[in-house]
Design a protein around this ligand. Structure first.
Ligand code: BTN
Length: 334
């Protein structure tokens, strides 16, 4: 048995003897500790107590694809997703992109306990501690060409906040284009990767990272204010349940998007817009714009007002500042 099988034994948070684990690993009792130390790669620290054995304090909340699929089937009466949960991968987005040529069906989901090279927006890394948060990608096929995908990444953000709200999370927000915020801190992120024909069949890999139980040690690598579902709710409802809820919300949002584009979702999206009427600085294609954020248009572009003129911006990274700074910092409007 391999290290993953040992992890599923230790997931209960109880002590297990060196003998039991050695037998599972196919190594001697003496060699068990060395193998368990290799779990540090995943950011997991096993505790060893003489006479009791080994344990993972707090246990692990592992994903079970069958359970998640059954929950969705029970609630929706159909199975819109083919779900795979893998213990480790470089990036769930990269994995689905690699497997596109194999003709994966729309609705294929790849979720991982750990990503060794999780991808964030703008080339950043996405911190992915083992079984801590949710990291998953969904393949969606669309036939209307690239134009039919305008605003899709905003629509996905809406699905995530709607799912979380239904689970009792309050004070949720969306920061254009698709950062998920809770109480002013980042709770999750979305990364879309596309392939296909600009005018015909397109495949979109929708990657979602959602903080659920962020270990402090992993958080040291995050460069912005963050939070997680456990903090927002006081406890985690379980990663599998959260994943199921987000997938069901995504199913509903993707249907509305396929029927009416982002325009059909815009008024719902705007309810969560954290940039609204804020001074926003946005960097896009090497250019900087500074203005007051005035919502989004039917294509999901950010509406930025400066000197009474409103311009739509279609890509980039927003940073927010107090509106009072507008008069004081003209030098920023490069
Ligand atoms: C962001 O920077 O805000 C976007 C983060 C997206 C992270 C998710 S985790 C699952 C999927 N796989 C990846 O490598 N990235 C996305």
């Amino acid at each position: 048995m391999d290290i993953q099988a040992v992890l599923s034994v230790l997931a209960d948070g109880e002590f297990h003897s060196g003998e039991e684990l050695g037998a599972k690993l196919g190594v001697s009792r003496a060699a068990v500790w060395k193998r368990l130390q290799s779990l540090e790669t995943y950011g997991l620290r096993v505790e060893s107590v003489r006479g009791k054995g080994y344990c993972l304090p707090g246990g692990l909340d592992l994903l079970d694809a069958d359970e998640i699929g059954a929950l969705i089937k029970q609630r929706l009466g159909r199975k819109p997703f083919v779900i795979e949960c893998v213990p480790e991968i470089d990036s769930t987005n990269a994995e689905l992109m690699r497997r596109l040529p194999a003709g994966l069906p729309s609705g294929t989901v790849c979720a991982a306990e750990w990503q060794s090279a999780g991808r964030g927006r703008r080339g950043r890394a996405w911190v992915s501690p083992y079984a801590g948060n949710l990291y998953f990608s969904v393949l969606w096929r669309s036939s209307g060409g690239a134009a039919a995908l305008e605003g899709l990444s905003l629509a996905v953000g809406l699905a995530v906040v709607q799912a979380l709200e239904a689970m009792g999370v309050s004070d949720l927000g969306l920061k254009w284009p698709n950062d998920v915020w809770q109480a002013g801190r980042k709770l999750g992120g979305i990364l879309l990767e596309m392939q296909g024909d600009a005018t015909g069949e397109c495949q979109v890999v929708i990657g979602i990272g959602l903080n659920v139980n962020m270990p402090e040690a992993a958080a040291e690598r995050i460069e912005q204010a963050w939070t997680d579902v456990s903090t927002a709710l006081g406890a985690s409802p379980g990663r599998g349940l959260i994943l199921a809820e987000v997938l069901m919300a995504l199913d509903a949002v993707l249907q509305r998007f396929a029927d009416g584009g982002f325009a059909a979702l815009k008024s719902d999206w705007l309810k969560y817009d954290v940039c609204r009427d804020q001074l926003a600085r946005i960097e896009t294609g090497g250019q900087r714009h500074l203005g007051i954020s005035r919502g989004v248009n039917d294509q999901g572009g950010l509406l930025l007002e400066l000197d009474g003129r409103v311009e739509a911006i279609y890509g980039g990274e927003v940073s927010l500042r107090p509106v009072a700074a507008l008069g004081n910092a003209p030098g920023d409007a490069k």
